[in-house]
Design a protein around this ligand. Structure first.
Ligand code: SF4
Length: 351
């Protein structure tokens, strides 16, 4: 079970009647009453370490090495690197979102904040006006905090920061401001996966839910389909996901099946086996855990510049999706997203 004894004892101490460890679904799943649950950042604040962590994060902007691009620009002086991000965050929109994974959505939705720009930029990006063109409005950390509080008031179950990597310091500062005004939702770090694992260590004790993509398992493919290349994408993403898993382990839910903490991985099946799905499921099962929550997605579309690349200039076939799920089952993955499985049934009839 990927939950520390200290964390478990803390939950028990908070009211034993509100918690129970299930014997179903998968070994080690925790179900807890979210009313009595404490977000990780609250504990860090009580320990007096949150402010220091934000200072460390902001210092990184002076010679930006937040992500593996390591541009070295001074964003505090207005210089911009590959991601084109300024010092302040740029936000496209924020709202309750009902299209995310079921444990994130519940009844009230996932409280998404879409950050503009991106440190990865795939040629097939479905969010290209936001990620590639940076459409949005520059906002202060206090304004981001207000968005978080607004989403909490609207009944969302988590704060889902989308494309957070290049604005990580701003997000940490916003969480602390919002926490002082009453934020107590888990923060979900929804990243494309091109992360520096040492930077992910800074998030330990702040982020409760990690939602990374693992897009490619082969460096040559990553290099081909990411703007200006990223041959080290598989290596960096895998090392970062291992660090995320070390911090939060498998998904833990409340009594209504809503995620409170844990790792959930997304993987988009691509045409012609470009994403390396077989290698992906094998890696998860052997390196992390067979109980890892995995969403194998079927919605690849020919978007943005993808029509210029022969191997990815078409949708996936039903047979390609069916083989992806069957590989996952053969690898022994036990916690596949329910939409992955329902799409599997649909595609199997068509294959
Ligand atoms: S976050 Fe942006 S500026 Fe910083 S290293 Fe990454 S791409 Fe470069």
């Amino acid at each position: 079970m990927d939950m520390s004894r200290r964390y478990f004892m803390k939950l028990l101490g908070a009211g034993v009647s509100a918690y129970w460890v299930t014997g179903c679904a998968w070994a080690g799943e925790l179900q807890a009453n979210s009313d009595d649950w404490t977000p990780a950042y609250e504990n860090l604040e009580k320990e007096g370490k949150f402010a220091e962590r934000i200072d460390q994060a902001y210092a990184l902007l002076e010679k930006c090495e937040i992500c593996p691009r390591r541009c070295g620009v001074n964003r505090r002086k207005g210089e911009r690197g590959f991601c084109r991000a300024p010092e302040q965050a740029v936000v496209h929109s924020h709202s309750p979102h009902f299209g995310e994974e079921t444990p994130l959505v519940g009844r009230g939705g996932s409280g998404t904040i879409f950050f503009s720009n991106c440190n990865l930029r795939c040629v097939f990006c479905q969010n290209w006006p936001i990620a590639h063109e940076g459409r949005g409005r520059q906002v202060s950390d206090s304004e981001v905090a207000d968005m978080m509080l607004r989403l909490q008031r609207r009944g969302c179950h988590n704060i889902n920061v989308v494309t957070p990597t290049h604005v990580m310091p701003n997000i940490l500062a916003a969480i602390r401001i919002a926490h002082k005004k009453g934020l107590r939702l888990p923060v979900c770090y929804n990243t494309g996966g091109y992360e520096n694992p040492d930077i992910i260590k800074l998030l330990d004790g702040i982020v409760d839910i990690y939602l990374p993509d693992l897009k490619f398992m082969d460096g040559e493919e990553a290099d081909r389909y990411i703007v200006r290349g990223a041959k080290d994408y598989p290596e960096k993403a895998q090392a970062s996901i291992k660090e995320m898993f070390r911090q939060v382990g498998n998904v833990q839910t409340d009594g209504r099946g809503r995620a409170l903490r844990g790792l959930m991985i997304r993987h988009l099946v691509m045409p012609n086996r470009v994403a390396g799905t077989k290698e992906f499921v094998t890696w998860v099962a052997t390196t992390l855990s067979k109980q890892t929550y995995v969403n194998i997605m079927s919605q690849y579309r020919v978007e943005h510049q993808a029509f210029n690349y022969e191997k990815i200039a078409r949708a996936i076939t039903p047979a390609e999706f069916v083989e992806a799920i069957e590989w996952a089952k053969e690898a022994g993955l036990e916690n596949l997203d329910e939409r992955s499985l329902s799409q599997y049934r649909v595609h199997r009839r068509r294959a």
